[in-house]
Design a binder for this molecule. Structure first.
Ligand SMILES: Cc1ncc(COP(=O)(O)O)c(C=O)c1O
Length: 448
């Protein structure tokens, strides 16, 4: 056993697969076996592996200046260029950008900014945050409090009261709708619950609601049509910010540059980015706030002498250079258009599994998708989670890396550069995995 304490891993079953190198959409293990990286690492390697331009820009940036920072009035041109570029792109009005290193720290920065604002605007009570059930926003103390996936919250005692985090329904029609409820009725019911929650807590105590436009780690939940429009109407009514966590959906994943566009979310007040911002070639994240929020930070920070938040590596020159290059490549090579096109194909092919004997639900949009396997298609009775683990393992043996999550869901989220032929390969292997799982768990299904 090595001395690594493995993150997000069953510590009684570590070191299942050692990956050594990658090329295009494929990675290779220490035995030389090839796998289609169907989850783009952890939903992040948009341009796949071995992209020479990103490799070169990393080396050039490092040679120029391995490190400089943005504290205390210092700056550097690449951070300025990247922030200006992002501000031009995002739907958040007059955006300002705070750089970090991970989705979690970027979400923590939002929490701190909201608290700071509640104090300096003379509304110290307006700091609660609404998060949804079945949400994943990271694992640091504050972001971990916004996360509600059971495996990430068990035993950690997130200080929800201290952080002012309250929860509302997940927009998950397949699992959360009532018998006979239409999608529209479902949306009206859960948005009604949201409004009730706001009124019970007191609208004057709530600063923001955080949503992943489409969720990833909690099971690839795509809300029904009309959901966000109604959520936004409620939030605007009570002067509550909409905060879009685009850590997975940002930069082409859902068929548009931003998940907000795909889901019809107009002008989010706050946004979070990481992962595909640099195609994961260097850690970098971005906490984006609207100009109106930024303006309120300026004078109070001047009184104290500084806005006392930020990381040693906020705006790391190498990360900024890599992200700028990744954004340039996405636009120049129309990676967004390609992802939208092949994304439609992936969704069409995944839907073929709707008829599969153990598939209860197929979900997704663009290049993110999932199949949920069930012991009984009619009652939607879930399998024991070991079935999804078996499906993941079988796919892996056949050369596809995907991810079992949220009980019995198997997710795929390949690099944006994947081709139609490679999607066919992914689907062929997934079919083998589903067939093998159906055979192995046949007795469980008959018993149900
Ligand atoms: C929507 C979302 N937000 C935040 C995070 C946390 O990002 P990180 O793991 O970089 O801290 C993730 C990670 O998967 C995510 O999916």
């Amino acid at each position: 056993m090595s001395h690594v304490l493995y993150p997000s891993t069953n510590l009684a079953a570590t070191e299942q697969l050692s990956i050594e190198r990658g090329e295009g959409v494929y990675v290779y293990d220490n035995q030389g076996k090839r796998y289609l990286e169907g989850l783009a690492g952890l939903w992040c390697t948009a341009l796949g592996y071995g992209n020479q331009e990103l490799i070169e820009v990393t080396s050039e940036a490092m040679s120029k200046i391995a490190y400089t920072h943005l504290f205390g009035g210092k700056t550097h041109p690449v951070a300025v260029q990247l922030a200006d570029k992002l501000a031009d792109m995002v739907p958040t009005p007059d955006a300002k950008v705070l750089f970090g290193l991970s989705g979690s720290d970027a979400n923590d920065s939002h929490v701190k900014i909201l608290r700071y604002l509640s104090n300096v605007t003379g509304r110290p009570e307006k700091r609660k945050i609404i998060a949804r059930q079945r949400a994943y926003h990271g694992v640091t103390v504050a972001a971990g409090g916004l996360t509600s996936t059971p495996a990430n919250t068990a035993h950690f005692d997130a200080p929800l009261d201290a952080l002012g985090i309250v929860h509302t329904d997940a927009p998950f029609y397949y699992r959360e709708s009532l018998d006979g409820e239409t999608e529209e009725q479902f949306v009206d019911r859960i948005v009604g619950n949201l409004e009730k929650l706001i009124l019970e807590e007191g609208p004057e105590t709530i600063a923001a609601m955080i949503c992943e436009p489409v969720t990833g780690a909690s099971g690839v939940i795509v809300p029904p049509a009309g959901y966000y429009e109604k959520v936004l109407a409620v939030l605007r009514k009570y002067d509550i910010n909409f905060w879009a966590d685009e850590v997975i959906t940002g930069f082409g994943r859902t068929g548009n540059v931003f998940g907000c566009t795909t889901m019809g979310i107009d002008k989010p007040d706050q946004m979070t980015f990481a992962k595909m911002l640099s195609s994961a070639y260097f850690p970098i994240s971005a906490t984006v706030i609207k100009g109106e929020m930024y303006e309120k930070l300026v004078e109070p920070s001047s009184k104290v002498g500084m806005f006392g938040h930020g990381y040693t590596y906020s705006g790391h020159p190498v990360g900024c250079a890599v992200a700028l290059k990744a954004l340039e490549i996405y636009e120049r090579d129309d990676v967004y258009g390609h992802a939208a096109q092949v994304g439609e194909y992936l969704q069409q092919r995944l839907r073929e599994f709707e008829d599969h004997e153990i598939v209860g639900n197929v979900r997704g949009v663009g290049l993110i998708g999932a199949v949920e396997i069930v012991a009984d298609k009619t009652t939607r009775e879930p399998f024991d989670p070991s079935a999804a683990g078996y499906l993941q393992q079988t796919c892996q043996e056949h050369g596809l890396i995907g991810r079992a999550l949220a009980g019995t869901t198997f997710a795929v989220c390949p690099p944006l550069i994947i081709t139609r032929e490679q999607i066919d390969e992914l689907i062929d292997i997934l079919k083998k995995g589903l067939d093998a799982t159906a055979a192995k768990y046949a007795s469980v299904r008959r018993a149900s």
